[in-house]
Design a protein around this ligand. Structure first.
Ligand code: PRP
Ligand code: MN
Ligand code: MG
Length: 182
């Protein structure tokens, strides 16, 4: 375990910025779903931190469930083939569903997941993502709630990992190239 300070080149979004943005998004979700029962679906593992913080800011009655998905292979994210590793415990038929994600990068995971939940008969499926990269605009997926649009850099923290590390950082930082190039 090396010194984490040397692994990051900068803080991209700090903890206060995240907290304030999630306040705004939670207020918006409360308004949009007033009087309805919402099912929050978190995508393991990256969404764990944003789910914990965002859900605790909501006043709407919500349920929380989780899915784990995997893109086929490692270098094949662009294929768009997604495999379910852990399915929901909840039947989403006739439910209002809000998928909670840490980041939308290519958009392939979320466009597949949205289609998948709509096929099960959910009455609505929308997406909340803390971060969005510019590449995401290449794929047809509408994100109802976006925290921050960020540049195309390798970011970690606040749920996001590199090789399962850095998820616990309370901010989003840019990973130093030496970490992933050696
Ligand atoms: C990351 C991230 C999103 C997805 C975004 O998850 O948490 O779920 O990739 O990529 P996309 O928009 O190009 O599909 P990852 O597969 O690394 O799993 P993890 O959440 O367990 O880290
Ligand atoms: Mn993920
Ligand atoms: Mg990951």
């Amino acid at each position: 375990a090396s010194d984490m300070g040397e692994d990051l080149t900068k803080v991209l979004v700090d903890a206060d910025q995240i907290d304030r943005r999630l306040d705004q998004i939670a207020a918006q979700i409360d308004r949009d779903y007033a009087g309805r029962d919402l099912l929050l679906v978190g995508v393991l593992k990256g969404a764990v931190v944003v789910m914990a913080d965002l859900s605790r800011k909501l006043h709407s009655p919500v349920e929380i469930d989780w899915m784990a998905v995997s893109s086929y292979g490692s270098g094949t994210k662009s294929s768009g083939v997604v495999r379910i590793l852990k399915d929901l415990d909840t039947d989403v038929h006739d439910r209002d569903v809000l998928i909670v994600e840490d980041i939308i990068d290519s958009g392939l995971t979320l466009s597949w997941l949205k289609d998948n939940l709509e096929t099960r008969g959910a009455s609505s499926v929308r997406i909340a993502a803390l971060l969005r990269k510019p590449d995401a605009v290449k794929v047809e997926v509408e994100v109802a709630y976006v925290g921050f649009d960020i540049p195309n850099e390798f970011v970690v923290g606040y749920g996001l990992d590199y090789d399962e590390r850095y998820r616990h950082l309370p901010f989003v930082g840019t990973l130093a190239p030496h970490v992933y190039s050696d």
